[in-house]
Design a binder for this molecule. Structure first.
Ligand code: TYD
Length: 135
């Protein structure tokens, strides 16, 4: 698993409230084509549980906390997100799930492509097979 997945975003600290931002061509290593967010997650639920053939994503916990569980077919890594100024870059072909959501957590996801059902790999055995073939 590559090490540099965690990205620290600018944080403009201010007594009136802090501010962070992401600009096209800055901070994250892809152009943003789509954004979505996950919220109202009931206790104990998980989201994701798949990989993408081509999609790259960046995930920030805008509120609350959750774990991003990453698996590259060889090793696993759990990254806990709980700050609005820090996120995880997820390259294509990484198996990932979001787990352990706190109450009222809000996951912001930026993606480099429009939603495409055919870009999903939902079968873990197929994912492992594809990863092995690539090596
Ligand atoms: P999905 O990505 O499968 O969620 P998860 O990874 O948590 O299992 O998305 C759930 C549903 O939402 C799916 O039916 C497609 C729809 N969806 C969109 O229409 N547009 C989007 O950008 C996303 C992310 C999902």
């Amino acid at each position: 698993m590559q090490e540099s997945l965690l990205i620290e975003l600018p944080k403009i600290a201010d007594p009136r409230g802090n501010l962070s931002f992401i600009e096209q061509g800055n901070q994250i290593p892809f152009n943003i084509e789509r954004t979505y967010w996950i919220y109202d997650v009931p206790g104990g639920e998980m989201r994701g549980g798949h990989a993408f053939y081509e999609m790259q994503e960046f995930i920030v916990a805008l509120s609350g906390s959750f774990d991003v569980v990453l698996d590259d077919g060889v090793s696993k890594k759990i990254i806990s997100l709980n700050r609005s100024y820090r996120g995880v870059y997820i390259p294509k072909m990484i198996w990932r799930s979001l787990e352990n959501f706190s109450t009222n957590s809000l996951a912001l996801v930026l993606a480099d492509k429009a939603y495409d059902v055919n870009d999903y790999i939902r079968d873990y055995d197929l994912y492992l097979k594809l990863k092995t073939e690539k090596q």
